[in-house]
Design a protein around this ligand. Sequence first.
Ligand code: TTP
Length: 287
Amino acid sequence: MRGIILAGGVGSRLSPATTVVSKQLLPVFDKPMVFYPLSALLDAGVKEIMIITTPRDTALFKTLLGDGSRYGASIVYAMQETPKGIPEALTIAKAFTKNDRVALMLGDNVFYGDELPVAMALASRGKGAHVLACKVKTPEHFGVVEFDDDERPVAILEKPIDSKSPWAIPGVYVLPPKAWNEVKSLRKSKRGELEITDLLRRYARKRALTVHRLTRRTKWMDTGTPRALRDATNFICVMQSRKAVPIGAPEYSAVRGGLVQRATMLKRLRATKGAYAEMIVNALEYL
Ligand code: TTP
C-alpha cells in the first residue's frame, strides 16, 4: 500500500497563523502537525509516501522531511494549485500510486491509540474502500456513515443536520487501485469542491465499502480551529508525559517498525538538541 498525505488547503479558520505557513506545519505541542499522519502511515507499514502541498509550502515540507530516508521510507512531493477537494489528491498522485492500494490521510488529523495502525493494516490487505468511524457528539460537522440493521454501511452523508448516526468518518481513507478512475466522473458540490463523501458513496452502493469502527480507546482530534489546535496540543502534552511514549513521532515509528536500526537513530538523535530528540532517545532506550 502507498500513502498520500494531503496537506494543501487554505487553513482560513486558523488565519492569521496560516497567512505565511501551511496549517500542517504548525506545531501540535512539540512537533509539526504533519508528523502525526506521517507517523500513522509508518506505524501501518506504509513506506512509499507522497505529500501533496500548496506551491507556497512545498519547499518547507521538503526541508522538514527530506526524501524520507531518515525514516527508512521514501517521500516524494506534489502540488495542489488550489484546494479543489480531497478526491483530487488521487488524480494528482495517479502516476505515484500505480496499481497499489492507497492510504489517503489528511494532514491535519491527529490520532492517539493503537487501533488505527491495526485497522489500516487490515485495510491494506482488504478489498474495496475502507474507512474508519469514530463516535462524535456533533455529527452535523462531519462526513457521517449510517448502518442498516445488519451493521452494513448504507448511507454516507456530508454534514447531515438530522442523522441519527453518531459515526463520523475521520480523514483516513484506504482506497483500491485506480481509485482515480472513479474521481473522473465526480461532480463539484455546491461549495465548488469534489467531495470525498461522494466518492465513498459509490463504493458503499457497490457494497465495496468496509467501515472499521474505532472505540473510545482511540482519540481522534481535528486541529482546524484555534481551540481545537490548543486542545490537541494539551492532550498530546499530557499523554506523552504520562506514558513516556512519543505520540506522532516518525523517528520512533521508524525504529519500532524496523525501518531504521535503533543504534543508527539513537546516534542521530543524540547529536540533535532539544526536548523532542531527548524524549525519543529515552523511549528508544527502553524499546
Ligand atoms: P479543511 O479543513 O476542510 O480545509 P482547510 O485546511 O483549507 O481549512 P479551512 O477550512 O480553515 O480553510 O481541509 C481538511 C484537510 O484537507 C486539510 O489538511 C487540508 C486538506 N485539503 C487539501 O489539501 N486540499 C483540498 O482541496 C481540501 C478540500 C482539503
